[in-house]
Design a protein around this ligand. Structure first.
Ligand SMILES: [Zn+2]
Length: 381
């Protein structure tokens, strides 16, 4: 395939590093157009949804009455889930089962934020400590494949555990911190396209079978059928994104959390996790030429929270300084118990061309079906 000519959107900062992006005759990208036509009119910056929110909260409380919890919330220590918890407990009076998955990569800032917020709110935190020997081995396996979606062992565990908790607790509502305001421009699908979707247990098991050197026994799996169909439509568990029903901006979220809880900001999104910080700040840009800040900053630009010029200026500098990258490189190698040379050999190996078993066809069919039914609202691609 001929390499396409470089192009960057005239409105946001997405560019042709996203292989599936397209541009209209005015040089405006498909994401921006979709946002203006499909998302903005309905979302309206989170304004005008008071009635919807009110009836949703009443429903959650009614269905949860007499039970210990009325909803489930996963807390990473990052901005969105922290703010979600603040609203849920302090503003809305909900009683969430709050859990945190410790996959072994937390940075101190994540743990400190979690502690400050749950302490002040008086919320009990359930910590799921993953089996580190397994997590380490799975992480190494993903590095051995040469794939880009190296976050899969952590991400899959997260959604698999939410599925499990909802079944075990019999709670019908999951609060998800996803929000249009800071995330409407999703990370390009083309950046992880050789791996399966996050909930694809078939893909996970195939990588484990081919690349793990110890048996994986404690890890919790889910799959597309269970996660996208059985749990939501048969068990009736709803994943809610209530941050879209209130006006929120990134700045306002940070300020409220700082003031109420002494929350500590940690810069770039996802930089509360050592592995993700390393992958998004160093590995993806240098090995794949993918700068995840493009999507993050574009979300702020299209929603009017940042000038495009400012975003372009930020992108001129790498996400991490050379010194910070080196430090992270050493830390990650140490944590994985391999030499820095070995870690570097994964960085410099050829891109993965291997095909893994996957539920991709089932997913695509499901997405198309949900789009027809009007259930799938997120801007994809
Ligand atoms: Zn655009």
């Amino acid at each position: 395939m001929a390499r396409r000519q470089y192009q960057i959107c005239k409105c946001c900062v997405m560019d042709t590093t996203d292989e599936y992006i397209s541009f209209d005759e005015n040089g405006v990208c498909s994401r921006c157009n979709e946002y203006r036509q499909r998302i903005l009119p309905e979302w309206n910056y989170g304004k005008g949804h008071e009635k919807e929110l009110e009836s949703l909260l009443a429903e959650i409380k009614r269905k949860g009455s007499g039970k210990k919890y009325d909803c489930i919330l996963g807390l990473s220590g990052g901005l969105d889930s922290s703010y979600m918890l603040h609203l849920a407990v302090k503003e809305w009076g909900l009683r969430p089962f709050v859990f945190h998955i410790n996959a072994g990569w937390n940075l101190p800032v994540a743990e400190e934020n979690i502690r400050r917020i749950t302490d002040k709110l008086g919320v009990k935190l359930h910590v799921e400590n993953m089996n580190w020997d397994e997590m380490r081995e799975m992480q190494l396996a993903w590095f051995r494949t040469g794939l880009e979606n190296l976050d899969s062992p952590q991400d899959h565990a997260f959604i698999a555990l939410i599925d499990r908790y909802s079944r075990e607790l019999g709670v019908k509502y999951i609060l998800n911190g996803y929000n249009i305001s800071t995330e409407i421009v999703a990370d390009p699908e083309s950046w992880g396209k050789d791996g399966g979707p996050t909930g694809d247990g078939t893909f996970m098991k195939d990588v484990i079978k081919k690349y793990c050197r110890i048996p994986i026994k404690d890890y919790t799996f889910t799959n597309g059928f269970k996660h996208k169909f059985w749990i939501p439509y048969i068990l009736g568990v709803k994943t809610l994104k209530p941050l879209n029903l209130v006006p929120v901006t990134r700045h306002q979220m940070v300020e409220v959390l700082k003031e109420e809880y002494g929350y500590i900001p940690y810069g770039q999104k996802h930089f509360e996790d050592l592995l993700t910080k390393f992958l998004e700040g160093y590995w993806m840009p240098t090995r794949f030429g993918h700068d995840i800040r493009r999507a993050q900053l574009s979300s702020l630009v299209v929603t009017g929270q940042m000038e495009r010029e400012e975003a372009l200026k930020i992108l001129e500098r790498p996400p991490l300084s050379e010194e910070e990258s080196k430090k992270l490189f050493t830390e990650v190698a140490k944590r994985l118990e391999i030499t820095e040379e070995e870690l570097m050999s994964f960085h410099d190996m050829p891109k993965c061309t291997e095909k893994f078993k996957s539920q991709e066809k089932l997913y695509n069919l499901g997405i198309r079906l949900y789009e027809i039914l009007g259930i799938e609202k997120r801007i994809r691609k």
